[in-house]
Design a protein around this ligand. Structure first.
Ligand code: AMP
Length: 196
């Protein structure tokens, strides 16, 4: 019997682990939190880097994992056959649409160009009103300090408004950011009784 998850969080993060072990620790914490709260992870379906770590931690903590990967990347990104559901799609656009539709909220962890693109896409979709789901940025050990400073400069120089910045939640503590995102999605996520 499939128990429907309490919430579904789409996580964007690096297909590499990065230099600082804090990135891997954060990815594991996020996965554990999802699993312990009876949630579902939606992600890009790979085994590499932080992507693989967040998926492994979610599964180990009893959560569901939905991976969505384009056919052309199945080998390159080492598709994760351990996913509760692994969806192989034809294009990157399909992947992003599927991931977005299956999520109640979005969270970006440290990552590279793919992570940036995905984060900016859901943020811009939010400002255009294509969805109304919360978007978060987990700033592990200052990884996104430079980006946040640059975005602040864009506001100062009037290419962006404060209201656009207010559409994202940026924080360095997964223990605060995750419940805030889920709550902003209108969901109360209590820990599973067997996980307390
Ligand atoms: P990265 O942050 O560069 O390690 O990539 C993380 C994930 O983003 C990988 O699964 C990539 O396939 C994915 N991704 C999504 N959109 C893009 C894009 N336009 N270019 C590169 N990677 C992308």
């Amino acid at each position: 019997m499939t128990v429907s998850p309490n919430f579904s969080l789409c996580v964007y993060c690096g297909s590499r682990p990065g230099t600082d072990p804090a990135y891997a620790d954060a990815a594991r914490l996020v996965g554990e939190w999802i699993g312990r709260h009876g949630g579902q992870l939606v992600y890009g379906g790979g085994r590499n880097g932080l992507m693989g770590l967040v998926a492994r931690a979610t599964l180990d903590a009893g959560g569901r994992v939905i991976g969505v990967i384009p056919r052309a990347l199945v080998e390159k990104e080492w598709a994760n056959q351990d996913c509760t559901e692994l969806h192989i799609v034809e294009t990157m656009h399909e992947r992003k649409r599927e991931m977005a539709e299956r999520a109640d909220a979005f969270l970006a962890l440290p990552g590279g160009i793919g992570t940036f693109e995905e984060f900016f896409e859901v943020w811009t979709w939010r400002q255009l009103g294509y969805h109304d789901k919360p978007v978060g940025l987990l700033n592990v050990n200052g990884y996104y300090d430079g980006l946040m400073a640059f975005l602040g400069q864009s506001v100062q120089r009037q290419f962006m408004g404060d209201w656009q910045m207010d559409l994202i939640a940026c924080g360095d503590d997964p223990g605060r950011l995750l419940p805030a995102l889920v709550q902003a999605a209108g969901i109360t996520a209590a820990p599973r009784l067997d996980a307390i």
